[in-house]
Design a protein around this ligand. Structure first.
Ligand SMILES: [Zn+2]
Length: 304
């Protein structure tokens, strides 16, 4: 599986999954003479890989020193404004043309490599004058089921799941924003009820197109990560289970990283009606999930 540190591995040809443990970089030996004097000797490792046809193959592979691919740098930046830069290298390492790396930079500017993920290029079938679902001719979707869902390094962590059979795709940009919100929040109970299908469509939802708009369960006070039919918290009927503070912070963080509009429901406590941040009315069918939409198309800065 692609994942953290996977840029140090070279995927064997024709393989979709592989499993090796690269040695720590500082344990590499160096060439003592010849044209490569002083350069690191890249060790060969045995890898077990699964080919596209499903068979297991053992291969010797070389641990690569460096991979150049399009990389999203996600910065904590300030309390209320996140920053994402998309760095496009002059030359992309062969085999990494459709892969995207994600790196998060925390408050103290520590770096966290979140993985390299493959995207599927699709045609943008939803080009509109207002550019709500991008005006680019192509969209690059990433399956959330391929993304590391339980991450922990130093004091940083996140955990999420995908509670949708088909609508498990974000696009390469919104995934960067999702990572920003996840790592700022450090919650371990984010359940995504779905973004888009693999072709960018979303029926029965009408607006979950091209991986820009999606749904999340409301957050519970007991912080349990839920999955399956009927597990979404309904804040109309069970408002006392809603973790108002964490839910508001989650909405603030999704805003911090590029989404501008949310649909939801009110909640009643002690006879008084309240609204979560950015929710101004009751939207039918949104008493059991938060809908996030209207992603800022100019949020991510491209750097060449
Ligand atoms: Zn929705």
């Amino acid at each position: 599986m692609p994942g953290p540190e996977s840029e140090e591995k070279k995927v064997p040809d024709n393989c979709v999954k592989y499993d090796i443990c690269p040695p720590k970089k500082d344990t590499f030996q160096k060439y003592e003479d010849g044209a490569n004097k002083g350069k690191k000797i890249l060790p060969k490792l045995k890898a077990t890989a699964i080919s596209k046809s499903g068979e297991k193959i053992e291969k010797s592979i070389i641990v690569e020193d460096k991979v150049d691919c399009v990389t999203y740098h996600i910065y904590w930046n300030t309390e209320t404004e996140g920053k994402i830069e998309k760095h496009i290298p002059k030359e992309i390492t062969k085999g990494y043309e459709n892969k995207y790396q994600y790196i998060y930079h925390d408050k103290e500017n520590n770096e966290y490599k979140l993985g390299i993920y493959s995207a599927t290029k699709i045609k943008n079938n939803y080009i509109r004058a207002d550019g709500k679902y991008s005006k680019e001719p192509n969209i690059y979707l990433i399956n959330l089921n391929d993304v590391v869902q339980n991450y922990s390094k130093n004091n940083l962590k996140y955990r999420f799941n995908v509670d949708s059979k088909e609508r498990s795709f974000m696009n390469r940009d919104t995934l960067a924003s999702f990572f920003g919100a996840l790592l700022d929040a450090q919650y371990e109970d984010i359940s995504c009820n779905g973004f888009s299908k693999k072709d960018g469509s979303s029926s029965p939802s009408v607006s979950h197109l091209n991986g820009y708009h999606g749904d999340f369960k409301y957050l519970r006070k007991d912080k349990t990560l839920q999955k399956g039919d009927g597990t979404s918290l309904n804040i109309r009927y069970n408002p006392e289970l809603l973790d108002v503070d964490r839910q508001n912070k989650w909405i603030d963080l999704l805003t911090k990283y590029g989404w501008t509009s949310f649909l939801g429901w009110s909640y009643k406590l002690n006879g008084q009606t309240y609204y979560l941040h950015k929710i101004y009315k009751n939207t039918p069918n949104h008493d059991h999930h938060l809908h996030v939409q209207n992603y800022k198309m100019n949020f991510i800065k491209e750097i060449k």
